[in-house]
Design a protein around this ligand. Structure first.
Ligand code: PTJ
Length: 271
C-alpha cells in the first residue's frame, strides 16, 4: 500500500482510496467500483462528511424496519465488502437473524468468493449468494442472481450502493427496500421506500447502535417513512453547503488563509 502521512488533512480519505485501489488490484473491487467511490466522495463533500439530522432520522426508521422485519436481508457488493465488512458483521450481531447475501453487478464466481471470504473473515455468519439458486424476475443483469433462502424470501432488504433497476425489481416483488446512497438524485435513492443519504460506513455504525436501543420490537409493524421529504432535505443540505461553506464566507477567502491580526502582508513575489 502507498505510504501516507497521518498528518495529511485527508489521511482517512486517502487511506480508504488506497485500500480500495489495492482490493481492486486483487479483484475484489470492480474497476467500476473505484469510479463509484469517487462519485460517492464528491456527494459526501457536499454533505460536509457528516450524518445530517435528516439522514439520522432515516437511519432510526431503518432500524425499526429491520428490527420488525420477519426476514431481513442485507445485500453486499464488492465496494461494501471492501469498505465495511466489519460494520456488516457488527450489524448482524446487533440484529440476530439478519441474513447477509453477496450480490454483484460485475459478477464472476471468483469475485463472489472473494467477497464472501472477506465477510466471513470479518465475522459475518452464513454468507449467502456465492452459489445463486434463483433469479429476480424482470431483471436482465447478473444482479438478478440471488439465493432462494435469502433475498428471494426477504420482506425487508437493505441495499447499499445499488442500482435503480434492482431497487424497482425488489419493490415489484413486494419487498420493503432500504437504500444507502450518497447521491440523492440517483434512481436507487429515488426508488427506495427508505433512502438513507449518508456514507455507508457511518450509516452501518449508527444503524447497529439504533437497533441496539430498540427495547420492544413489534414484528410486522413498519411505520411509514416520507422518502420524498428525506431526499429534499438531503438535496437542501448539499445546496446550502455548496453556497456557503462553514468557515468560508461565500465569495471570501477561507478563514484559515486570512492573516492573523497585526501581521504585515509580505511583498508579492513571483515564484
Ligand atoms: O461489486 P459490484 O460488481 O456489484 O459493483 C459495485 C458498484 C458500486 C461498482 C456498482 O454497484 C455500481 O456501478 O454502482 P453505481 O451505479 O455507481 O452506484 C453506486 C452509488 O453509490 C452511487 O450513487 C454513489 O454515489 C454511491 N456511493 C459510492 N460510495 C458510497 C456511496 N454511497 C454511500 N457510501 C459510500 N461509501
Amino acid at each position: 500500500m502507498t505510504r501516507l502521512s497521518k498528518r495529511h488533512p485527508r489521511y482517512q480519505s486517502l487511506t480508504t482510496r488506497a485500500t480500495l485501489a489495492d482490493l481492486s488490484r486483487e479483484g475484489l473491487v470492480a474497476p467500476e467500483g473505484l469510479i463509484a467511490h469517487g462519485r460517492g466522495e464528491a456527494f459526501d463533500y457536499f454533505l460536509g462528511e457528516r450524518t445530517t439530522p435528516s439522514a439520522a432520522r432515516a437511519i432510526r426508521a431503518a432500524a425499526v424496519w429491520l428490527t420488525n422485519a420477519r426476514y431481513p436481508v442485507v445485500s453486499v457488493n464488492g465496494n461494501v465488502a471492501a469498505l465495511a465488512a466489519a460494520e456488516v458483521a457488527h450489524l448482524q450481531a446487533a440484529r440476530p437473524g439478519l441474513l447477509v447475501e453477496v450480490n454483484l453487478f460485475h459478477r464472476t464466481p471468483r469475485r463472489a468468493r472473494q467477497v464472501a471470504e472477506r465477510l466471513t473473515r470479518a465475522g459475518v455468519r452464513g454468507v449467502l449468494g456465492v452459489h445463486p439458486t434463483a433469479r429476480i424476475p424482470g431483471l436482465p443483469s447478473d444482479r438478478a442472481l440471488v439465493d432462494r433462502r435469502g433475498l428471494l424470501l426477504a420482506d425487508v432488504c437493505l441495499i447499499p450502493l445499488e442500482d435503480g433497476d434492482r431497487t424497482s425489481a425488489l419493490r415489484r416483488m413486494g419487498k420493503r427496500v432500504i437504500a444507502i446512497d450518497l447521491n440523492p438524485l440517483s434512481r436507487t435513492a429515488e426508488t427506495a421506500d427508505l433512502p438513507v443519504v449518508d456514507e455507508l460506513t457511518r450509516t452501518l455504525v449508527r444503524l447497529a447502535r439504533e437497533i441496539a436501543r430498540i427495547r420492544r420490537p413489534e414484528p410486522g409493524q413498519f411505520p411509514p417513512f416520507d422518502a420524498p421529504a428525506a431526499l429534499r432535505a438531503a438535496r437542501s443540505s448539499m445546496a446550502r453547503r455548496l453556497l456557503v461553506r462553514p468557515g468560508r464566507p461565500s465569495g471570501g477567502r477561507p478563514a484559515s488563509s486570512r492573516r492573523p491580526r497585526g501581521t504585515r502582508r509580505r511583498s508579492r513575489r513571483t515564484p
